[in-house]
Design a protein around this ligand. Structure first.
Ligand code: PLP
Length: 394
């Protein structure tokens, strides 16, 4: 059946304003440099200012950032990495590819991010690092986990792919642990024309290696007699047994990122106020429960997800089906526990003991939540959900 969808699950998080379009148009018309130049420097400097740290580089995706982090960890055969099973696959794949053993961690049921109690159960002498994913835009309590790990040689990796701009205790996520990644993919709160990312590395000497790792090992020769000898650029490889790769971002992508950085707080503010509006309509109904946190940018609502309390005549699937069939609103379920995917099973990671992860996944709904959804459609979505809950008397 061919049906019209009134509110779709879209693949584009934002649109440019006229001023931004003018800048980008001008760049395309006039710039004689399409990669690795001034726009890259401007975007990186902008990020440094916004995130209040010097140790930031841009790359072509969060997945590439994690790949570089996996290289910098110099993983050995029996090293273990604790990763929540409730996340997107890219939080885990780079570590697997680089030889670590994945240990699946459960989430805290209320916040839907990695549970410190479960970390305590899964930690071992072999634990090399823990990946903390700030999922849905919510800043997990990295400070608390950091405190627990104080005298242990375990690295903290923050996956901020979904949480650019989120803060905890006045500090931006991604600058609290040892390493972090950000994503500027098409659906993210800030996007660099569909793909992009950034990497943070706390340790200064490791941070210095990122530029080479993201660009085929390129560096400058320390001494050159002529500009053309021995070659335009040097190739250095000082990470034992780890070869660099290519993960650069083009100038037009950097220009778009730099422009959007100027209004990311405004965009996130809109997400927060909309989430607040949506949630307030279901405050007195215990069927839908949200991770509600409006405190000082703790949650930048990349997504709006809710747990649907199942009952005899009503559950998550009823809600999704009703919304689609009768109101043409397309919702989604997230995240299929990673250990259930055939890919992870094939590599021996098909088992997980993550009860909250399963309970949440089995009963959750993710509403379409792009920032450019019209106010009219947003209100229509709220009233549609209300009507369905009324229909089932829940
Ligand atoms: C939690 C999480 N980590 C990592 C990624 C990977 O981001 P990218 O597409 O920029 O590689 C995503 C993308 O959706 C994500 O949601």
């Amino acid at each position: 059946m061919n049906r019209m969808t009134k509110i779709d699950w879209v693949n584009r998080s934002l649109f440019f304003n006229n001023k931004e379009l003018k800048y980008l148009n001008n760049f395309l018309k006039k710039s004689d440099n399409l990669t690795q130049s001034n726009e890259l420097l401007k975007f990186e400097n902008g990020l440094k200012g916004y995130l209040k740290t010097k140790n930031i580089n841009v790359v072509n995706s969060a997945a590439s950032s994690l790949e570089i982090i996996a290289l910098l960890l110099k993983l050995k055969k029996n090293d273990e990495i604790i990763i929540p099973a409730h996340t997107y696959c890219a939080s885990a794949l780079p570590f697997m590819r680089n030889g670590a053993k994945i240990i699946w961690a459960d989430i805290d049921f209320k916040t839907r991010v990695i549970s410190l109690d479960d970390i305590k159960k899964k930690i071992s002498k072999k634990t090399k690092a823990i990946v903390i994913v700030h999922l849905y835009g919510y800043a997990a309590d990295v400070f608390k986990i950091k405190k627990y790990l104080k005298n242990k040689k375990i690295k903290i990796i923050e996956d901020c792919a979904q949480a650019f701009g989120a803060e905890i205790k006045g500090k931006k996520v991604g600058t609290i642990g040892d390493f972090s990644c950000y994503s500027f993919h098409a659906q993210k709160n800030l996007t660099t024309l569909g793909e992009g990312g950034a990497i943070y590395v706390k340790d200064k000497s490791l941070f210095k290696k990122v530029k080479g790792l993201r660009h085929n090992g390129h560096s400058n020769f320390k001494k050159r007699k002529f500009y053309w000898l021995p070659a335009m650029g040097n190739l250095e490889l000082d990470l034992i047994d780890k070869l660099p790769f290519k993960a650069t971002l083009s100038e037009i992508q950097c220009a778009s990122g730099h422009l959007l950085l100027k209004r990311i707080d405004q965009l996130n503010k809109k997400r927060i106020s909309r989430a607040r509006k949506f949630i307030s309509h279901f405050k007195h109904n215990d069927v839908l429960s949200f991770n509600e946190s409006f405190l000082k940018k703790r949650h930048v609502y990349h997504l709006l997800s809710a747990y649907v309390k199942p009952s005899k005549n009503f559950n998550r699937n009823t809600l999704i089906k009703e919304l689609y069939d009768n109101y043409q609103i397309k919702c989604a379920t997230q995240y299929y526990p990673l250990y259930k995917y055939s890919l992870f099973k094939k590599y021996g990671y098909g088992k997980g003991k993550c009860l909250n992860t399963e309970k949440f996944y089995n009963n959750m709904i993710s509403f379409p939540f792009h920032v450019w959804m019209s106010e009219k459609n947003f209100d229509y979505m709220i009233s549609s959900v209300k009507k369905i809950l009324d229909k089932y008397s829940v």
